[in-house]
Design a protein around this ligand. Structure first.
Ligand code: GLP
Length: 260
């Protein structure tokens, strides 16, 4: 795992966005896994700037959302379909026909989950998966004790997650209770993982994910199993990492030839 400690949220966005851009430059029709939440917004804004400036061509890119609430109409402003349209598809001028989001309105949610797994496979798999991390260590909506081998499925949101996400809704009562989320096994199949975290509130989760035991109690610790996982954090989110000096040293001495 590559752990990169950066000065602030802008640097996190720039370095993580350059990983995603590199995957798209390697393959014009790259498949990108898209996380919602506030953490990756800087990545999307940075990519949008590069697209606007003609430095990056995303016209052939396909996107797969990590997760979706169950029961919200697709046009609800907080459905992840809407959030991704607003924060990714529109600013990057991505082809809306190439955006996939799990169908949280499906009458048969199990079939919708299976169809989502199939769609990822049919697209050739995800080249680079963008991830945030919940304060309880979740990625996507894989809450603590999620199977490390899980596939896309229905999950019940943890009370903490509903409380954390209440800021996007009128109150925590309005946050849906269930979701469809890519599983940890699904996420592990992406060819590269790019996880970003900013702020002190994420420091414990980041430390558990990077340096704690591999455990379903911290779903993000599953990144330890991935051969190409990068964790990009600001100083505050890095503040509980024991090996922080090692991470700084490694990044400062990373040769140009190792950066691709
Ligand atoms: C949300 C999403 C996750 C996200 C996490 C953290 O509920 N399902 O994909 O990484 O919680 O959100 P934020 O980045 O806003 O802290």
């Amino acid at each position: 795992m590559e752990v990169v400690v950066l000065a602030d949220a802008d640097e996190v966005a720039r370095v993580a966005a350059s990983r995603v851009a590199a995957a798209i430059r390697r393959r014009r029709d790259a498949v990108v896994g898209l996380a919602t939440g506030s953490s990756p917004l800087g990545i999307y804004a940075t990519l949008a700037r590069w697209v606007a400036g003609g430095e990056l061509d995303v016209r052939a890119v396909t996107g797969f959302a990590l997760d979706e609430y169950v029961g919200l109409p697709a046009e609800h402003p907080q459905s992840y379909a809407s959030v991704i349209r607003r924060t990714v598809t529109a600013p990057l001028h991505l082809d809306p026909a190439r955006l996939h989001v799990p169908d949280g309105r499906a009458a048969d949610l199990r079939a919708a989950a299976e169809a989502y797994e199939r769609a990822i496979r049919d697209a050739g798999g995800i080249d680079v998966q963008i991830l945030g991390i919940g304060a309880n260590g979740h990625i996507g909506f894989n809450e603590p004790t999620s199977s490390l081998a899980s596939r896309t499925r229905v999950k019940t949101l943890a009370p903490r997650t509903r409380a954390d996400n209440a800021r996007f809704f009128g109150s925590s009562d309005e946050v849906p209770t269930h979701c469809l989320t890519q599983g940890l096994g699904t996420i592990l199949e992406a060819r590269e993982l790019v996880l970003v975290a900013q702020g002190e509130a994420k420091a414990d989760a980041v430390a558990a994910a990077v340096e704690g035991p591999l455990s379903s109690m911290c779903p993000a610790s599953v990144l330890q199993l991935h051969p190409r996982a990068g964790v990009y954090v600001d100083e505050a989110a890095a503040s509980r990492l024991r090996l922080v000096d090692y991470y700084r040293h490694t990044w400062a001495h990373k040769p140009e030839w190792q950066r691709g």
